[in-house]
Ligand binder design. Sequence first.
Ligand code: ATR
Length: 269
Amino acid sequence: MKKFAVIGSPISHSLSPSIHTAFAKILGVDIRYDAIEVKLENFEEQLNHLFSSGYSGLNVTLPLKEKAFYFSTKRSKICSLTKSANTLWQEDGVLFADSTDGKGLMEDLISKGLTAKGSNIVVLGAGGSAKAILPSLLEAKPNEIFILNRTLSKAEEIVEIYINNTTKITAGPLNEKLPFKSDGIINTTSAGLLGQEIVYPENLFSDQAWSYDLNYTDVTTNFNKLAKRNKIYKAYDGMGMLFRQAALSFEIWTDLTPDVDKAIEMLTK
Ligand code: ATR
């Protein structure tokens, strides 16, 4: 039986074991998927230990995603752009890395009928999650992307990387008025999740816009509550992205494509 795990800290509340076990059940294959507490300072030692004790693939979560990138030898194009990885595996002793978060988000947007192509997209936040989704978002060819962050310099650093892209991309502070009518709003900040005040531009929520909060909770997220109060009816949380990035990892490791919708139905019943 193949063994997989998600590593990070804290890890005990991770939903990845349930999601991957559901994928395997639906596909009729036998796998084991664990959640293993690994701290930053133990990363290298634990990584070697896990692969030598028979794990075929690892998902990597906070705070290890950057370290996973730097320790890997062969990286996907997206990984090289984001300088972080959430999926690791070994072939002939070589450590491979990929980052499936961005593709997972884009697949989830498509599954919900939300369009990025040709759209004006606002990204709130410029941390690890924003960096992870940007290459995939740009691949969808939006008209314009405006990245707003509490620490402006972090948004400007991201813009610097992608400035030559065909999509116009600019940076601003969280309360800066949007230069366009937004079609899509993606919240990558942890402000709402942490219960802190959500600062946003006065014209953020426009008619017909959709919003997507990368956070997820058992109930409506604070950001989606705010969006709904501002008459955004298509407001989604990151649960779908979580399943879809997991499915992409599962596929990399096993060459099998999980039925994501069936897994969501199975686990949310
Ligand atoms: P993640 O990997 O989840 O993106 P992160 O790299 O720590 O985590 O980034 C968190 C993001 O949420 C950052 O954009 C952060 O803004 P700063 O770069 O200014 O720190 C944003 N964030 C966190 N708390 C916030 C708050 N109270 N208000 C606004 N933005 C906040």
